[in-house]
Design a protein around this ligand. Sequence first.
Ligand code: ADP
Ligand code: MG
Length: 494
Amino acid sequence: MSNSFQNFNLNPNIIKSLDVLNYNVPTPIQSRVIPPLLNHRDLVIKSKTGSGKTAAFSIPIIQNIKWDKREPQVLVLTPTRELAIQVKEDMFNIGRFSRIKVEAVYGKSSYESQAKQLKQRTHVIVSTPGRLIDHIENKTVDLSQISTLVIDEADELLRMGFIDEVERIIHFLPLERLTVLLSATMPTDIEKLSNLYMNNPELIVIEDDELTENKLTQYYYEVEQKDKLKLIDDVLIIRNPESAIIFCNTKQAVDDVCEMMDEKEYLVHKIHGDMEQKDRLKVMNDFKHGLFRYLVATDVAARGLDIDSVSLIVNYDIPYHAESYVHRIGRSARAGKEGLAISFISNRESHYLDQINTYTNHDIMMLERPTQEVVNQAFEVFQNRQTSDLVIKMGKGFEFKEEIMKLHINAGKKTKMRASDIVGTICAIPGLSAKDIGVITILDISTFVEILNKKGELVFETLQTMPIKGRLRVVSKANKTEYELADEANKTLE
Ligand code: ADP
Ligand code: MG
């Protein structure tokens, strides 16, 4: 089957990654963004969440990376750590066969290990503004060769008050560069930012109705605060979703809802801004992989995160900003799937509903509260689902495992191991060339090397008896599922 991304004259290694990711046809935003970015044109891109913006900028940027250059060339700024990790994974997957090294730099994770990683060859840095400034001040990051800047989720960066940090960072970057700004909405502050720091950018807007038809159904209930806990339970029972995210405005409400559901032994976890980074990551990862059904969250989780097919979104509290509403419901009905969004609105909050209706140009329909009889009838089916097995989802990186084997070598910087030693040894194996070697990561006492093109087994076997840098080394298979790796990453943060 041919891949229509080929029409952009992309490098075969990128096409190969896209094939594995099952990206066969560009989304509308990708068709409009890839050609001008390949030609180094500054762009301001507005299109709704879920339209494929990450790949839209990543594909051309990865194609233009100069692999041999040691200093970082691409900087992507994102508002949250979760998003930084997600963009890192997406770019890594797309650049995998091009051997592109992507590092995520974000707050509350080990500063030292990030500084160390940055010292190695890194092509792309994905970062939240605060932590990047720490690295700049401590001179643990070199931004002198950045030739591409991406400001992702610009509206959110501004809304979270990162504007000063973003501007400070820009002042550290070379003037001669490509700048790309992406946003789901276009407040005037963003226009200002683009006028100041971009070079005659082209504005690319994909209106919502240009996208595939909206398969999201939206309803609201009128409900007083004191009745919400009962209503959320009823809604879950009658709708009986495979998975759901329940958004609250406060940490207190998150705790209350989670506690109620916990008591009923529903498979529920929560996420909010006061939690430790490693706990947040673990919850997000587990939810993404379908290890539990219901996530109760504040807006921390709403933005940009690519969670597949959440069939139900509940706004336990109606958000006070219409934009937050759009971001929250954007977690459902992704990539053409169907979805349902239900909002709880109390009497005195009806003006928020009006604002949302105006902003989205869509009248959310009101539902009558379900009667106890209806709830009782639905209960048995609901109960069956609670006790049935969860559908475990594999991450996108998973398909790569066939093609790629990651090897662990028991030697590293302390024993003066260098990437060239590894490459030299592997290329000396009959049938192997540099093209079969993926990302090499050298740590203090261990080295990871990815072997591409299904040649992992051969290299693994050979290295059992073939010395590297004059000595026989312990070489083992390091292939893990994306989930195991994320879990390990969490542990190292402790
Ligand atoms: P946005 O940044 O616009 O919110 P994302 O970049 O997160 O959107 O992409 C949304 C989802 O669509 C992701 O799951 C991504 O893997 C998927 N996707 C992106 N491009 C394609 C494509 N060309 N074909 C199929 N799926 C795609
Ligand atoms: Mg995005």
